[in-house]
Write a protein that binds this ligand. Structure first.
Ligand code: NAI
Length: 708
């Protein structure tokens, strides 16, 4: 676990090497080993100094989240962090020099252990990152990070790491004083050793030296007060208080950095336990860490199908989506044949990659030869014959059934026998599109999101005839792109568009009820959604909502139940205010200025005399999405809660602190949620009607996720 060796000079090397794991983590076993190793360094008179390092590529990846979440007992959690604090304090106050040699990344608990050393030397490793990303999972650094980092760098410089979870490269960490030196890769242990040997007097941390002052000023200094106040206001404004961790981190700094470090650590421990037990952290860890991790490892992949590696793929249609898909495939090292109706259109699609790599090259994120190689992998053409060696072809032409059928036939005429045809349609059922295919078992939906290079989700849609092997190979493709897949069964709107639209339409329904537009938008943001429903409607355009409404009506006839929001979208189209692309919708979009709510809305939708409480609106906007998600589960569109929650967070920005729509229901409890739906259905109609699945779950006391 931690191998301790003592050499002839009396230097102990504590080498982390957890068996059976690719990374070292802090858990019950490794903490016990760490405490024993520290006790030995401190107590053994033969030991003159120590080096801590790792036999793995990275130092320590951080705390083991399974371990962290395996108890709900505050006293147990408090004892765990306090024991770690005690051990690290013992190490840093023993007087013997302790150097930490970092071959790779030290993140979270890993960096916190390293901060207890007196000297940190990092290898010159471009992959290594240093930071305290706990906040991104609703936690705070509980291993002393909120206390040692600001005491080391000053409060101002520590805040971006603590509050945003910023990860630094070795050079940046050196500049901030988080590490003391960078050594050539492979020489970091020797450098650490040289430093230990050079120490002739007892070593102390700066904060244990009498008269120590926090660099840049203590908490009480006016400049720091100002920074803390601004940070406080900003974290609150940005998150509407939905995320307690940034506030708790600020409290740790505020209350802890002015007092002695032992008191500061006790403050941190208390807030840390609060955060671990918070529902927000539990939701974020479940969805952003465990569920997303499972999705990325292709938990939904049919087993026993050999993996497929992709070297060449085709893209039909070089428009907004096709150009983006071509870029991400080329970025992943694949050769790409990018086809459009004419050469200028195909070239324009490739031009998109040009722009992206130029930007990255200018920022130094991509070497010129890599940029060149990426572009050379993309062939822009009109010639379908070039698809002859493509293992996968993604269709992204206009949203038109007949056109999609035509290009499908053309492509399949030249594609190799085992190749897959994937449609990026956003609204047309996959099984219907597959009717144009001569091999419907090799036809699948791969629904990318815009902009493709920044949206990590791909909704994989299984058609009626899609084979298990095709599903497995499509998932291999998504993984090769470095993106996150969710798997759904074919249905109108699939999963993401269907549930996302309920949020937008509920916002429009509120407008029709006479709720003030600004209040609706604020409610969306307070609910934790990234954009208010009216602004979002403008983004997708009321025209598209009306188009889908008409198509659904035509397909379903009497069975179709439009939502009240549809009428509002139709009215906006009649008024010519179709959305952002027209420069006018619910908002005005003045040239060069920022958008403003259209004053004419007051005339179209007069305000009701009594305005609802914002909390009621938040409840409606979230509940409407959660209920529709349950219907997707009930109808078998979704196959598991994991894909529901991951898809919602990554696909349309469902608030991570809620963990996704199904986590939201678990947080409330099925019984409570049923009551909520019944109340909303009574006042607002059948779109809130309780799905049978939820009733059963409430009666049986079930949840979507088993307790961890
Ligand atoms: P777009 O209009 O930007 O691009 C479509 C491209 O297809 C154009 O470049 C057009 O010249 C080309 N094309 C038309 N006929 C062709 C033919 N016979 N052969 C080859 N190329 C042909 O459209 P966009 O936005 O890229 O959408 C493409 C598909 O992706 C649609 O099915 C759309 O529903 C879907 N989608 C769109 C999203 C979006 O946010 N725009 C998101 C997810 C899916």
């Amino acid at each position: 676990m931690i191998n301790v060796t003592i050499d002839a000079d009396g230097i102990a090397t504590l080498c982390w090497d957890m068996p059976g794991r690719s990374q070292n983590v802090l858990n019950e076993a490794s903490c016990t080993a760490l405490f024993e190793a520290i006790a030995r360094v401190v107590q053994d008179d033969a030991v003159k100094g120590a080096i801590m390092t790792s036999a793995k590529p990275d130092f320590i990846a951080g705390g083991d989240l399974e371990w962290l979440l395996n108890t709900d007992q505050a006293a147990v959690l408090l004892e765990r962090v306090t024991a770690l604090h005690r051990a690290l304090r013992k190490l840093e106050t023993c007087g013997k020099p302790v150097a930490v040699a970092l071959g790779g990344s030290a993140l979270g608990g890993g960096l916190e252990v390293a901060l207890a050393g007196h000297y940190r030397v990092a290898a010159d490793n471009p992959k290594a990152r240093f930071g305290l990303p706990e906040v991104t999972l609703g936690l705070l650094p509980g291993g002393g990070g909120t206390q040692r980092l600001p005491r080391l760098t000053g409060i101002q410089k520590a805040l971006p790491l603590l509050l945003e979870g910023k990860r630094l490269k070795a050079g940046e960490a050196l500049k901030l004083g988080i590490i003391h030196a960078v050594a050539p890769a492979g020489e970091e242990v020797a450098a650490a050793r040289a430093w230990v040997l050079a120490q002739t007097a007892p070593v102390q941390q700066p904060w244990d030296v009498k008269g120590y002052k926090v660099p840049g000023g203590a908490v009480a200094s006016p400049a720091v007060q100002q920074v803390l106040m601004a940070a406080n206001a900003m974290t609150h404004a940005k998150t509407w208080g939905n995320y307690p961790a940034p506030q708790a981190i600020l409290s740790c700094v505020y209350e802890g950095v002015n007092v002695d470090i032992d008191t500061g650590l006790a403050v941190e421990a208390r807030y840390f336990v609060q955060m671990v037990l918070s529902k927000e952290a539990k939701n974020m860890i479940r969805s952003l860490f465990f569920s997303m991790g499972e999705a990325n490892k292709l938990a939904s992949r049919p087993p026993d199908v050999p993996r497929r590696r992709y070297s060449q793929v085709g893209v039909l249609g070089a428009g907004m989506m096709g150009a983006g898909i071509a870029y991400v495939a080329a970025r992943a090292g694949m050769r790409v044949v990018l086809i459009d109706r004419d050469q200028p259109a195909a070239d324009k699609g490739k031009g998109y990659s040009h722009k992206l790599v130029e930007k990255q090259a200018a920022r130094g994120q991509l070497a010129p030869d890599q940029a060149q190689a990426l572009l050379e992998r993309i062939t822009a053409t009109t010639d379908y014959a070039q698809l002859a060696e493509c293992e996968m072809v993604i269709e992204a032409v206009f949203e038109d059934r007949a056109l999609k059928a035509d290009v499908t036939r053309k492509a399949e005429a030249v594609m190799p026998a085992g190749a897959i045809l994937a449609s990026n349609t956003s609204t047309l059922p996959i099984s219907g599109l597959a009717e144009a295919s001569s091999r419907p078992e090799q036809f699948i939906g791969l629904h990318f999101f815009s902009p493709v290079d920044r949206m990590p989700l791909v909704e994989v849609i299984i058609g009626r005839q899609t084979s298990q092997a095709t599903l497995a190979h499509a998932l291999d493709f998504v993984q090769a792109l470095g993106m996150t897949p969710i798997v759904v069964n074919d249905a109108r709107g699939f999963y993401t568009s269907r549930v996302f639209s309920t949020y937008v339409l509920e916002g429009l329904a509120l407008l029709a009820e006479g709720v003030a537009p600004a209040l609706i938008e604020n409610a969306g943001l307070q609910a934790g959604m990234p954009v208010g429903p009216l602004a979002l409607t403008d983004e997708v355009s009321s025209e598209l909502i009306v188009k889908i409404d008409r198509q659904t009506r035509a397909d379903l006839g009497a069975a179709y139940q439009p939502r009240p929001g549809h009428q509002v979208a139709a009215r906006m189209v009649e008024l010519g205010r179709i959305g952002k692309k027209a420069g006018q919708g619910f908002y005005d979009y003045p040239d060069g200025g920022s958008k403003r709510l259209w004053p004419g809305l007051a005339e179209q939708y007069p305000r009701a005399a009594v305005q609802p409480d914002v909390a009621q609106l938040v409840e409606r906007l979230i509940t409407v999405q959660a209920v529709e998600t349950v219907r997707c589960m009930e109808e078998g569109v979704l196959m598991n809660a994991r894909d529901a929650d991951v898809g919602a967070i990554l696909g349309w920005g469902f608030p991570p602190f809620r963990g996704g729509p199904l986590s939201e229901i678990d947080t409330v409890g099925a019984a409570g949620f049923v009551q909520r739906c019944e109340r909303l259905a009574a006042s607002h109609g059948p779109r809130f009607a309780v799905p049978a699945l939820l009733k059963t779950m409430a009666a049986d006391g079930q949840a979507f996720y088993p307790p961890r």
